[in-house]
Design a protein around this ligand. Structure first.
Ligand code: TMP
Length: 237
């Protein structure tokens, strides 16, 4: 399918219409932001890495019974996906303390949880993606109780599958953010992307950060970290 008019430009991706209104093409950019768009930069090669890595993971999840928006990789940066209405929740699963969790609760990073946690935030940069519980989401009509139950059980299943997969690459899956969408018939599917932009990946031996935290925290070695994750996912090992 061919790209038609641009429907939307986000911080890391553009979305184009196709001749079929049930499908759109997402095009991954090298642009990177943090702090709700306040901090801006580029990460050379990120668009291609995130596109290919996200597609690989979506296919792995599909094989294991998770419905996703993925249809077909069209090029190194472009992917055909089902058109969905995004549920405006960022769904965050954590296996190990880090980031805003460590800050909010005043604990160090690296505490391994006995069980994963889940939290939602309301997808709204102007409000800085405020934390939102399921009652708030239902009250504001963001999702129904049934949808929230579906999203929770999909998110935990995705966590189990991804945790196991990344460990085979000697990577600890610390935490990650998911977004879900509704197909026209109301079916909830996994949407958006799964990449070093949206996950915290730590090397299993050294705890070296292999994700966007290197950009968020001005640590240097950003491109190297993305390339290393790419090598582990697509390398012969
Ligand atoms: P946090 O610790 O900053 O709340 O981030 C949790 C996870 O969510 C982490 O893997 C990074 C990811 N994330 C996004 O994908 N987008 C965002 O806007 C934020 C704040 C975090």
């Amino acid at each position: 399918m061919e790209k038609k008019e641009q429907l939307y430009e986000g911080k890391a991706k553009k979305v184009f219409a196709t001749e079929d209104e049930g499908y759109v093409i997402v095009s991954y950019k090298d642009d990177a932001t943090a702090l709700d768009g306040l901090k801006k930069g580029t990460i050379a090669g990120k668009g291609e890495i995130n596109n290919r890595m996200s597609n690989r993971i979506m296919q792995l999840l599909e094989k294991n019974g998770i419905k996703t928006h993925f249809v077909e990789e069209l090029s190194s940066r472009d992917t055909l996906v089902r058109r969905v209405a995004i549920v405006p929740l960022e769904v965050i699963i954590r296996n190990i303390s880090a980031g805003s969790f460590a800050k909010r609760f005043g604990v160090e990073e690296g505490i391994v949880f006995a069980e994963p946690t889940i939290e939602f935030s309301y997808k709204n940069d102007e409000l800085h993606d405020p934390l939102m519980n399921s009652y708030h989401a239902v009250a504001l009509g963001v999702a129904t109780w049934d949808e929230i139950e579906t999203i929770k059980s999909m998110a935990f299943k995705i966590n189990s599958l991804m945790k196991e997969y990344f460990l085979t690459l000697n990577v600890k899956l610390v935490d990650f953010k998911l977004e879900f969408g509704r197909l026209p018939d109301g079916t909830i599917v996994l949407a958006d992307e799964i990449s070093p932009d949206t996950c915290r990946f730590w090397d299993a031996d050294t705890n070296e950060k292999l994700d966007k935290d290197r950009f968020r925290r001005d640590m240097g070695g950003v491109e190297d970290a993305y390339n290393e994750m790419m090598r582990r996912v697509f390398g012969d090992k």
